[in-house]
Design a protein around this ligand. Structure first.
Ligand SMILES: [Zn+2]
Ligand SMILES: [Zn+2]
Length: 327
């Protein structure tokens, strides 16, 4: 285990919540451990020439230009718009319920095959692989709004937190030692490497369903909306909104971001209780990802869903008579 045990215990409540002690996160027997790439757990220094680093951010820019040009040249159809809306919602869950709450925070357990389904769904959002995504998110919680946070708008800028870090080319490698709990599954490592495959397959499916409008409006435009919806959590939710809990960072609860991100906008709640499956902690804090996880639990696809404890809900509250304080 080496240094990994202490590291894991410090991230995202990875081994501290009920149900997680001494047990793997999924039910099947774990395959043998695979060698981990050597990498520092801290923020990577820029490597390679400036041109090379810029080239690494090129796919992200190309997909934006393709969506913009395509939207100007190709008229939408109702079918294409329907596909786009459906793909926004379903893939957003792949990122929020899969990449975030399952892979980064282990907020519930599932079978090995459904774990792969979640990983595939997350990949189709074109936000890199599940291990890459989750391990950088663990870094975010470990160093939140400190120097080694990959995307803090407090330490750097709103631009950096929103898209700058993605296109900077600095985060091509990842500190996979911090995600040994999932690194051990070979199918996840392969998918993590071929992370573009589900997105390309989905683009082909959209074209097959509705031709160019399906590709442009169903896939490309919804993918762009998905990018910026997700990225709001990194940028806006550390800048604007209200704080219910005195966390060590600047995380905020931002209702409109919660709507756009299926519940991730209750970000101060989440930073307070990171490995809880639920982020909207009041009945009026709409959290579609949590409701979906509960629905999946009802049909037996997931289980051991981590709920907030009364003690955790009461701890570190800001004020006593109001739910939230203005930012
Ligand atoms: Zn955050
Ligand atoms: Zn998180």
């Amino acid at each position: 285990m080496g240094k990994v045990g202490p590291i894991l215990s410090g991230i995202a409540g990875a081994s501290t919540l009920p149900g997680s002690e001494g047990s793997p996160s999924i039910s099947t027997a774990a395959p043998p451990r695979a060698p981990l790439p050597d990498f520092t757990p801290h923020l990577p220094v820029p490597s390679g020439s400036v041109i090379r680093r810029r080239l690494r951010g090129l796919p992200f820019i190309i997909i934006h230009i393709s969506a913009l040009v395509g939207a100007c040249l190709v008229a939408p159809t109702w079918t294409a718009i329907g596909i786009g809306v459906a793909l926004y919602v379903v893939r957003m869950f792949g990122v929020t319920g899969g990449y975030h709450r399952y892979f980064a925070h282990r907020a519930y357990r599932t079978s090995r095959w459904f774990q792969f389904v979640l990983a595939w769904l997350g990949c189709s959002a074109m936000q890199k692989g599940p291990l890459w995504w989750a391990v950088h998110h663990r870094q975010h919680h470990k160093y939140s709004d400190q120097e080694d946070d990959p995307h803090s708008p407090i330490i750097r800028s709103v631009w950096w937190a929103h898209v700058g870090w993605v296109i900077s080319g600095r985060f091509r490698k990842a500190p996979y030692k911090l995600i040994q709990d999932y690194w051990k599954y070979p199918e996840l490592r392969i998918l993590n490497k071929l992370h573009w495959l589900p997105g390309f397959a989905l683009a082909g499916l959209c074209y097959w369903l509705d031709g160019l409008p399906g590709l442009v409006w169903g896939f490309l435009v919804s993918t762009i909306c998905l990018y910026h919806g997700t990225f709001l959590v990194n940028s806006a939710c550390h800048l604007w909104g209200t704080r219910r809990y005195a966390t060590t960072d600047q995380s905020k609860n931002l209702w409109w971001a919660a709507i756009l991100t299926l519940g991730e906008g209750w970000h101060n709640n989440h930073h307070h209780y990171q490995s809880c499956a639920r982020q909207g902690l009041r009945w009026w804090e709409i959290d579609m990802s949590y409701y979906t996880i509960r629905a999946l639990g009802l049909v037996g696809l997931v289980w051991d869903i981590r709920e907030p404890t009364a003690k955790a809900l009461a701890k570190n509250r800001i004020g006593t008579s109001v739910d939230a304080q203005p930012a």
